[in-house]
Design a protein around this ligand. Structure first.
Ligand SMILES: Nc1ncnc2c1ncn2[C@@H]1O[C@H](COP(=O)(O)OP(=O)(O)O)[C@@H](O)[C@H]1O
Ligand SMILES: [Mg+2]
Length: 312
């Protein structure tokens, strides 16, 4: 069946898996898939324990001719790209070009129009039935979205819950983790993000930087294998940016998560990425090692974009 024939079901805002709003949808996998020791060299240098961070078994991501339209606005035009298992990739590109849409498709917060998205060796929006590729049902989407976690620009904490419940609600309700285990893991993650003393605080009592740290811990509490970061420092006061970036860099280095990051902070992109994808007008314009993309971009569009970003 051609992908154009598929009409996958979208999660509804009321979906209990999705939290109180679609953007709150917790992502993550229950299956820790083995706590293998990382082979990354920099881990040894870090010297810190990797408090409950996912190790091993992270799937890659593949977009195959993905089309996404909003009415007549074609945002993704037969988009093809791949993120390898455990790879850290940054997506850069002009505002309004569709970067958030790419992440939201992976979180199943938007439906795709055409094409196929793979997470590991499984299709996200389709499933196999009797050897035929058919639109995914809710059960398939539910299982697939457990593998993916996302941190949003605007934090999106559950406003009516304290920090502890923000971290335990998803694991208990969606993953079926026991309350005790969820609390223990929440404590450990709050330690990791440096907010152990805020366990009973409400989001309104926290600074933007602290809220974003809680949002990072909440995403990790769902034990995702793929972590999506959408301009996670752009809503923060400038003095808080570096602390959150340092935290994310440490998490990236200490885990084997597959990471897809959207950012306008080019120094951070250079620091955190194995590879950078320059995205514009629905397609990848250029991709390469951060040193190449930022040092010797091959495409004029990349050069223009970087010049504009650096001038701003
Ligand atoms: N829910 C939506 N309904 C209609 N248009 C949308 C929606 N979400 C995004 N868009 C449009 O899709 C385009 C890409 O948006 P987005 O993915 O947010 O870009 P970026 O993250 O690169 O700034 C924009 O033109 C935006 O207006
Ligand atoms: Mg965006």
């Amino acid at each position: 069946m051609p992908p154009t024939d598929t009409t996958p079901e979208a999660p509804t805002p009321q979906d209990p898996e999705g939290g109180s709003t679609p953007e709150d949808a917790p992502g993550g996998a229950k299956d820790p898939a083995g706590k293998s020791v990382s082979t990354r060299k920099e881990d040894a240098a870090e010297g810190k324990p990797a408090a409950d961070l996912p190790r091993g078994g992270a799937p890659g991501i593949r977009f195959e001719k993905v089309v996404k339209r909003f009415g007549s606005n074609v945002v993704l035009r037969e988009l093809d790209f791949t993120v390898e298992p455990g790879e850290r990739v940054t997506l850069i590109g002009p505002s309004g070009s569709g970067k958030t849409t790419i992440l939201r498709l992976l979180m199943t917060l938007e439906t795709l129009n055409e094409g196929v998205i793979w997470i590991g060796d499984q299709t996200l929006w389709h499933m196999d039935r009797g050897g035929k590729r058919v639109p995914a049902n809710q059960k398939h989407l539910h299982e697939m979205r457990k593998q993916v976690g996302m941190v949003f620009q605007q934090f999106n904490l559950f406003p009516n819950m304290n920090v502890l419940r923000n971290l335990t609600e998803g694991p208990v309700r969606v993953l079926g983790v026991s309350k005790d285990e969820a609390v223990e893991r929440a404590r450990s993650l709050l330690d990791l993000v440096g907010l152990a003393d805020k366990i009973n605080a409400h989001p309104t009592q926290l600074s933007g930087g602290q809220q974003q740290r809680v949002a990072i811990a909440r995403a990790l509490a769902m034990q995702p294998k793929v972590l999506l970061l959408d301009e996670v420092t752009s809503a923060l006061d400038p003095e808080l940016v570096v602390g959150v970036q340092d935290l994310l860099r440490d998490i990236a280095r200490q885990s084997d998560l597959t990471l897809l990051c959207v950012t306008h902070e080019m120094a951070f992109a250079k620091d955190i990425s194995d590879r950078v994808l320059m995205f514009d007008q629905g397609q990848i314009v250029e991709e390469g090692h951060p040193d190449q993309i930022f040092g010797e971009p091959a495409e004029q569009r990349t050069r223009d974009f970087l010049q504009a970003v650096l001038a701003s």
